[in-house]
Structure formats: structure tokens, C-alpha cells
Write a protein that binds this ligand. Structure first.
Ligand code: FAD
Length: 375
């Protein structure tokens, strides 16, 4: 029997579950390849905690090499830069061309820095995470030597959590005086507009209590070496601009021939398969479920892991695929810098130190699932 070739592009939140599931229960006659530019993938739930200093780098990253060995998959240490669905081929940045029978994409998204003048040259995106962490380490070093002004752009959960985590680390963890000016800028009339009034108020209070400046209803039109220019011409001086606004799709998808949504993400049906190309699956930020669109968030990527693993297994063995409906609303546990968090689900809000401990135990349990022995 001919081996079927499955390519997993990206070691995102859904693919780590595919690797774990294939390791736990191998699919016979399958050759699995993971294409990933990173040997370790960061877990989004722990990113703010890593920045705040609650977690080490190791605690907040999943070892893709170990997971791939467990699954009997080989790793290609590169990124995919295109696909040719007609020939069933993936094109890689290292010029390799890989043939597949089934392809699954879980390559995430990036902040749309290139949509703003000067964004690419002077802004720092929170993704790729490793580049952001390099800048963050350098920033912490610089903050020990001189007062700094840092602007974070984006009033969603990511931007708010990140600002509070940075503040916590700079002020408390390193024992520094609060010389670093931190300002959060958002074009929305309020922060976290997708959450209830109660959550917004709690997070606004947390920003104020921690001395993070907040500018709302202001659109950034340019980034340069001195900071931000807002619509209308006002300036926000900054030594470093961190970009944590919404998600943009990888540009090469526009040339892939796959059916995409209006923002350029891969449209998939309830089986997580491309609406235009059977045999190509997608999950996480890079995918939009045509009949159940959801916000681009790690929680939904995590929830798609088990149904994706099952459908890839069924597709490889020639069985009918199963339908998956994501939950309408997910519980968000939003950390506020210290070991404190705000919980949000629909209109329900609660907060406290115990919420952080709850979040911590959920996140650690998630990570423990992906620490696997080598077979
Ligand atoms: C600061 C911050 C905090 C956040 N906090 C939370 C939170 O608390 N809870 C939450 O639910 N969400 C959170 N999010 C959102 C969350 O990070 C994303 O929604 C989530 O990571 C998406 O998961 P994914 O599997 O789609 O992709 P990712 O986790 O981004 O993984 C994609 C992987 O694909 C790889 N890759 C990228 N391009 C290629 C390519 N061309 N070829 C091959 N591999 C590639 C990357 O290296 C990466 O390993 C946060 C985001 C930010 C920025």
C-alpha cells in the first residue's frame, strides 16, 4: 500500500493536538511532515505571564521536536510561502517543494503592521512572538539604564494584557522605579469592545491603577523613530512602538487559489476543510469557519485541535468526515499584570487573585498535555 503524505504547516495550537493524537494512536501507512520555522511554539494563554515574569520561556513554549518525534513525524525547519493545489505541492522558503496528499494549515496570523505608514520599519509586532521577545528583552535592559516611553497600539485583550504585563515586569519584577512611560492607544471608543461593560471597567481601572496611560478613539496613521502620529496630526512620543492590533492573514494566501474570506483568511466548512479545495484543511487564526465565524483567538484554535485531528485521521483512512460546531462564546480569563485576572463570558464578569490561580491551573494543564516522552 502506498504511504499517504500528510503535511502539517505550522505548529500552532491546533496542530500540537494533531501531533499528540497521532502519537497516542498512530495512523498506519502515513508519512507526516511538520513544516515549522520554530522548534518551539509559544502558548498564547501564557504569553502575558511570560512577559510579566510569572513563567519561564520553557514553561510557556511547547517543544515541537519532541512532539513530532512522539507522532513519528519529520520536521522541515522552514516556512511555507505558497501552495500549488493543482499539483498538490507546498512551496517552502528554503526553495524546497513538498508533495502532499493531505495538507493542513495552522500558521496563525500577524498584526497588520504593513497597513500603516512606517509600521514595518519602526513598529514591533507581537507576532512572530520570538522577534517580539527579543525586543522585549532588549527593552528591559534599556529600561534599567534610562527612562523610556513605550506605546502599545491595540485595545483588544492582547494589547491590554500585554501593557499590564509589561508594566508589572518593569516595575515590580526587576525592582525598577516606574520610569518607563507606558501608553495604550486604541482607535476604539473603549478598550475590549467585544466584552461587557463590567469587564471594560475592571480593565480600565487596572490600567489606571498601574499607571498605564490610555488614549481611546484615536487612529494611528504613521509610525516613525520618534513615536506615533494620530489622525488629525497629534503625536505620541515613543522610543518603542508595540503593535498588538487585530490579525492579518499571510499575504501568499491571496495567490493560492483557495477560497478566502474578505480579510484573506482560508474559508473552511464544518469539517475544517477548505470550501474550495477538498484535501486542504485549516484551523486557528488562519481559518475562518464559513458558517460559524469566531474571533481570532487561541481558545478557538485550541478547541479545533481534536476535531481537526479526528478529521485528518478519517480523511487518511478514507472515511466520512465529522462536522464540528465551535461554541458560541468562550470564557476569557484576562490577566492584569500581577497574579490577578478578570473572567468574562457573555455578560458575566468576575475577578480576583483566585481567577488568576484558576487560569494558571488551566494553562499549566494544557501545557502538561504536550510534554511527551520519546517513543
Ligand atoms: C499578546 C497576546 C496575548 C494573547 N492572549 C491570548 C489569550 O490569553 N487567550 C487567547 O485565546 N488568545 C490570545 N491571543 C491570541 C492568540 O495568540 C492567537 O489567536 C493564537 O495564537 C492563534 O493560534 P494559531 O494556532 O492559529 O496560531 P499560532 O499560535 O500563531 O501558531 C502558528 C504557528 O505557525 C508558524 N508559522 C507561521 N507562519 C508559517 C509558515 N508560513 N509556514 C509554517 N509555519 C508557520 C508559527 O511559527 C507558529 O508556530 C493573544 C495574542 C497576543 C498577541
Amino acid at each position: 500500500m502506498k504511504l499517504k503524505r500528510l503535511i502539517l504547516a505550522g505548529g500552532g495550537h491546533a496542530h500540537v493536538e494533531v501531533l499528540r493524537a497521532f502519537g497516542a494512536k498512530p495512523v498506519p501507512e502515513v508519512d507526516v511532515t511538520l513544516v515549522t520555522p520554530e522548534a518551539d511554539t509559544p502558548y498564547s494563554g501564557m504569553l502575558p505571564g511570560l512577559v510579566a515574569g510569572h513563567y519561564s520561556w520553557r514553561e510557556s513554549h511547547i517543544d515541537l521536536g519532541a512532539l513530532a518525534r512522539y507522532a513519528g513525524a519529520r520536521i522541515k525547519p522552514t516556512r511555507i510561502v505558497g501552495i500549488n493545489p493543482g499539483e498538490r505541492q507546498v512551496l517552502c522558503a528554503d526553495r524546497r517543494v513538498l508533495d502532499y496528499d493531505l495538507l493542513s494549515l495552522d500558521i496563525g496570523s500577524t498584526p497588520p503592521l504593513n497597513e500603516i505608514e512606517g509600521g514595518d520599519q519602526h513598529g514591533v509586532g507581537v507576532r512572530p512572538v520570538e522577534s517580539f521577545l527579543e525586543v522585549w528583552t532588549a527593552l528591559c535592559q534599556e529600561a534599567r539604564e534610562r527612562p523610556l516611553r513605550v506605546a502599545v497600539v491595540g485595545g483588544g485583550v492582547g494589547g491590554v494584557e500585554l501593557s499590564l504585563a509589561m508594566r508589572h515586569h518593569l516595575r515590580l519584577e526587576s525592582g525598577l522605579a516606574p520610569q518607563t512611560d507606558l501608553t495604550l492607544v486604541t482607535e476604539g471608543q473603549s478598550i475590549v469592545p467585544d466584552h461587557s461593560m463590567g469587564v471594560r471597567r475592571s480593565l480600565q481601572r487596572a490600567l489606571a491603577r498601574n499607571g498605564v496611560g490610555l488614549l481611546t478613539g484615536l487612529r494611528v496613521v504613521r509610525v516613525d523613530a520618534d513615536g506615533l502620529t494620530l489622525e488629525g496630526g497629534a503625536k505620541v512620543p515613543a522610543d518603542c512602538v508595540i503593535w498588538a492590533t487585530g490579525a492579518a492573514a499571510p499575504a501568499w494566501l491571496a495567490r493560492s487559489g483557495l477560497e478566502l474570506d474578505e480579510r484573506g483568511f482560508v474559508l473552511v466548512d464544518e469539517t475544517l476543510q477548505s470550501t474550495s479545495h477538498p484535501g486542504i484543511f485549516a484551523a486557528g487564526d488562519v481559518a475562518t469557519m464559513r458558517d460559524h465565524p469566531r474571533p481570532k483567538s487561541g481558545v478557538y484554535a485550541v478547541h479545533q485541535g481534536p476535531p481537526l485531528a479526528e478529521n485528518l485521521r478519517l480523511a487518511l483512512t478514507g472515511e466520512s468526515l465529522k462536522r464540528f460546531r465551535p461554541q458560541r462564546r468562550a470564557l476569557a480569563l484576562i490577566s492584569t499584570g500581577g497574579r490577578h485576572a478578570v473572567a468574562s463570558r457573555g455578560g458575566i464578569t468576575f475577578q480576583g487573585w483566585w481567577v488568576w490561580r484558576w487560569k494558571n491551573s488551566i494553562d499549566r494543564k494544557f501545557m502538561a498535555r504536550y510534554v511527551v516522552g520519546t517513543k
